[in-house]
Design a protein around this ligand. Structure first.
Ligand code: GLP
Length: 256
């Protein structure tokens, strides 16, 4: 495996920086789960201190490209899915990546809105809401756990619809003519509960991302509040940032 790595570092740039670039390129060519050559071997090959290699590997681990297993070595991580900034559904996100989306329904019922749910849906507490809890899968692998709350009056019968491997957004459009057009979404880092970790098939110590979304339909009504817990090892959020040049304020006394 070492044979496919460049033989030498150049003298012109910091060694750690070069090593990191080399390893990043190398990791991109390997299958997830592949073990990297040991840090000792890499240090010997490039004639650098072991600490320099450790630091380069730390950088890769920080980017989520590799992970360490105590006592076994460093392994290539699974690629991360990007959460886009556009309003898409899980089904669309997965299909765009060539993956087969799926859902396993854990709960589906009508219940009175709690104070928190009522606040997000902007309804009176106790208003009937359809609560749907689904494990979202990609290629059969659990990716996220979603708890959605929708006003029952707007979607009569939703509590009885078959949501297994179905896109909720497609169903809302087909059966109730509801087109999602805008959403407010908040992302935060959370710890998984033991139960959530078990459902997602990951270690409870692993970080996760919580997305809360309040979704609006075409006339602007709130049609859903969702709490989605995504695996932190498989997801990253991508923001495209464009600089808006602020016009400088007109000088005092300038005309209209
Ligand atoms: C994403 C969003 C959820 C939304 C879901 C709909 O996962 N985080 O807020 O409910 O998509 O996806 P689908 O139409 O595939 O059920």
């Amino acid at each position: 495996m070492l044979a496919s790595l460049p033989a030498n570092l150049s003298y012109q740039r910091p060694k750690g920086e070069q090593l990191q670039e080399i390893l990043e390129g190398f990791v991109a060519t390997l299958e997830p789960g592949t073990r990297l050559p040991s840090e000792r071997l890499l240090a010997e090959r490039y004639g650098v201190a072991r600490a320099t290699v450790t630091q380069a590997v730390d950088e890769l681990a920080g980017k989520g490209l590799v992970y360490r297993v105590h006592g076994s070595g460093t392994f290539v991580a699974e690629p991360k899915f990007r959460q886009p900034q556009t309003l898409t559904s899980f089904t669309e996100d997965m299909r765009a990546r060539g993956m087969t989306p799926g859902s396993i329904v854990l709960a589906q019922e009508v219940a009175p809105a709690s104070a928190v749910i009522a606040r997000h849906l902007q309804v009176v507490q106790g208003t009937p809401v359809v609560h749907v809890e689904r494990v979202r899968t990609a290629g059969g692998e659990p990716m996220a756990l979603e708890r959605s709350y929708l006003p029952a009056g707007r979607f009569p019968g939703l509590e009885a619809a078959d949501l297994t491997d179905v896109s909720l957004y497609s169903l809302l459009a087909e059966r109730w003519g509801a087109r999602v057009t805008a959403a407010d979404q908040w992302a935060s880092a959370v710890r998984l509960t033991e139960e959530e970790a078990g459902i997602l098939g990951v270690d409870a110590e692993q970080p996760a991302l919580l997305f809360q979304r309040v979704t609006h339909d075409q006339p602007g009504n709130i049609i859903e509040y969702v709490r989605s817990v995504y695996r932190g090892d498989r997801y990253e959020v991508h923001h495209r940032l464009e600089r808006i040049e602020l016009e400088s304020a007109p000088p005092p006394g300038a005309g209209p």
